[in-house]
Write a protein that binds this ligand. Structure first.
Ligand code: ADP
Ligand code: MG
Length: 258
């Protein structure tokens, strides 16, 4: 058996707030293999962003083990790419310079890779455009290209298409799958959209709130490209929806004090 790329074991996270402790993550166990595309789904406040930030090394205050390639995560770094809901670009830099960032485009190797990535994220012709001239979807593709140039071991995406309209979102899902199929970067993709979770994932991690914990993991064994209207797609979608309904029922029981 191959060693997982990411190993999360007995992860617990509690925030200390002035209203008392908030138990955000409870006993999370999760192993992710190299090249997997994992989606994480769950209601608002169930700890999705907290989990991603811990994997990114942006939050080191937790209990349990989180190791990337056998090494405990001890700091943020370019080996852990992070894509936020809002693309974080430098407004004063062109598309190609945003992607290169601290690397010089005068270096032929950087130039070649940036050009390759611009093609991969379908921004050919926009190399010299500024962020203000781009749509939300295009800007997010620049952010993805910038992260990929650093060849991350894992790409972490926190509801990256959440602010986009439905058509752009569907297009972005296809672009992301194309990128993943071409370079097989391991990805952990957070969403609260069931269709998106099923469309992209090798496995879906379903979280439930209070405290954030894994409700179940659903393997999506459908070939790509997937068709959202197909019966096999709908079957998995129903399975995930059913898990959500059960979470809601448990929540109702909790709040009624039964
Ligand atoms: P999600 O991304 O699934 O919506 P979050 O990970 O943002 O959920 O939050 C999980 C829980 O932790 C929530 O109850 C939230 O209020 C709490 N939380 C998140 N960040 C902080 C913080 N910096 N300080 C205190 N509580 C926080
Ligand atoms: Mg979040």
């Amino acid at each position: 058996m191959s060693i997982p790329l990411l190993n999360i074991s007995k992860l617990n996270k509690t925030f200390q707030t002035n209203k008392g402790p908030v138990h955000a993550l409870h006993q999370i166990d999760l192993n992710i293999k190299e090249g997997e595309l994992i989606t994480v789904i769950g209601p608002s406040g169930c700890g999705k962003s907290t989990l991603l930030k811990i994997i990114a090394g942006l939050d080191l205050q937790y209990d349990g083990e989180v190791a990337l390639d056998g090494e405990p995560i001890s700091r943020p770094g370019i080996d852990k790419g992070f894509i936020f809901q809002e693309p974080r670009l430098f407004p004063w830099l062109t598309v190609e310079k945003n992607i290169a960032a601290d690397l010089s485009l005068k270096n032929p190797e950087v130039r070649r890779k940036v050009d390759e990535l611009i093609e991969l994220v379908r921004l050919t012709g926009f190399e010299k455009s500024y962020p203000r001239e781009l749509s939300g979807g295009m800007a997010q593709r620049v952010a993805i290209a910038r992260a990929l140039l650093r060849k991350p071991k894992v790409l972490l995406l926190d509801e990256p298409f959440g602010a986009l309209d439905a058509f752009t979102r569907a297009h972005m899902q296809e672009v992301l799958l194309d990128i993943w199929q071409k370079n097989r970067t391991t990805m952990i993709f957070v969403t609260h959209d069931i269709d998106e979770a099923v469309f992209l994932a090798n496995r879906i991690v379903i979280l439930k709130p209070r405290p954030g914990s894994i409700r179940s993991v659903v393997t999506v064994d459908l070939p790509f490209p997937r068709k959202k209207s197909s019966i096999s797609f709908q079957e998995i979608r129903f399975k995930v929806m059913n898990e959500f309904e059960q979470i809601e029922e448990l929540e109702l029981i909790d709040s009624s004090g039964i």
